[in-house]
Design a protein around this ligand. Structure first.
Ligand code: HSE
Length: 349
């Protein structure tokens, strides 16, 4: 089966996904009977749409030059269509929302996803805002429209922490969550241990495509808070907002703090956690993001670079820990691919 994809956003993640689609095309067709064309790309600066499919190598070459408008003309190519037109076009089968995350009102991604479901288009989002702010509404829209809604990439990039919790641990109750869910801050703290200045380490994380467009979201802990809110929503059904998270970032951690910890056989890590707490009326969920000084024997102390890790503490089989890449174009692009294959498994026949 061939799917026609419209991509909103074509930054590191969009490009990472497009490259995977190109490189794995034969394997995906052979193993899963899955084929896909990118028929539209819509960004803040460019709009490309062709129902016959856009040429991925040419898209990637233009994106490398930071100028999608450099994509060469070909038959049936349109450059004048807005996002709404692309999303709702009869040829579009699925929309990939990979534009910049906005934790304030989730727009314009939220509107794109609403539009897609109201026109019966499947959606895969790696944009965290809509899941953090409006998951309940969007999931209901998807069910009503009988559409697939994929969001594996919103926490831990392509490392499948959401699928593990929702499917692999179905039947177990997750009592608590603890992990490293922001790649940028983990990368910066690791580089500071090696003696690199904070600003230089942050610039390197930006160059690698780990950081948010405004890296304040990473270093002040907002991104980790957004992700822990997402996990509270998805795993606990809790109604938390980013403002409910007891949040501290890494900007107060100095080079000497990092070096002193290292000399004492310890490491600073930005830890995000969820804990259920009994109350008179039932229970509440406590959410926290804060730097912690961990002994090297703590498994989370061993997570290096842009890596992430999460431990789900269950009532049934104790702790289950998943580690893997948490940020970057290829890793998060893989989450889009994994979601599309899940869509294909469910709706492909
Ligand atoms: N800025 C995020 C991080 C990207 O560093 O983890 C992945 O969500």
């Amino acid at each position: 089966m061939t799917y026609n994809l419209v991509m909103i956003g074509f930054g590191a993640v969009g490009q990472g996904f497009a490259a995977l689609l190109q490189n794995k095309a034969a394997e995906l067709a052979d193993r899963y009977g899955f084929q896909a064309k990118i028929i539209g790309v819509y960004t803040r600066r460019a709009s490309l749409f062709c129902p016959d499919g856009l040429a991925i190598p040419a898209l990637l070459a233009a994106a490398q030059q930071n100028d999608l408008t450099a994509y060469a003309d070909h038959a049936n190519l349109r450059r004048d269509l807005n996002a709404h037109y692309q999303i709702t076009h009869p040829a579009t089968s699925a929309v990939i929302e990979a534009s910049l995350t906005n934790y304030v009102d989730a727009e314009p991604a939220l509107g794109h996803i609403r539009t897609a479901f109201s026109h019966s288009k499947h959606v895969v989002t790696v944009n965290k805002g809509p899941i953090a702010l409006a998951y309940g509404e969007l999931a209901a829209n998807a069910r009503r429209s009988k559409c697939f809604f994929g969001y594996e990439g919103v926490v831990m990039g392509g490392t499948p922490c959401i699928r593990l919790a929702e499917a692999g641990l179905a039947g177990a109750r997750i009592e608590a969550v603890r992990g490293i869910v922001n790649g940028t801050t983990n990368f910066i703290l690791g580089k500071m241990e090696a003696g690199m200045a904070y600003a230089e380490a942050l610039a390197e994380a930006q160059r690698l495509g780990y950081a948010e467009a405004d890296p304040t979201a990473d270093v002040e802990g907002f991104d980790a808070a957004g992700k822990i809110v997402i996990l509270a929503t998805l795993l606990f059904g809790a109604k938390l907002t980013v403002a409910d998270v007891d949040r501290t970032g890494i900007t107060q951690i100095s080079m000497s703090d990092v070096q002193n910890a290292l000399a004492a056989g310890q490491r600073w890590k930005l830890i995000a956690s969820l804990q259920r707490e009994k109350t008179e009326n039932g229970e509440r969920v406590l959410a926290k993001v804060s730097p912690e000084r961990l002994p090297l024997s703590d498994p989370l102390a061993g997570i290096g670079g842009g890596g992430n890790a999460i431990t789900y503490l269950t009532d049934t089989i104790g702790g289950v820990t998943l580690t893997g890449a948490g940020a970057g174009g290829k890793a998060t692009g893989f989450a889009v691919l994994a979601d599309l294959l899940a869509m294909h498994a469910r709706y492909g026949n």
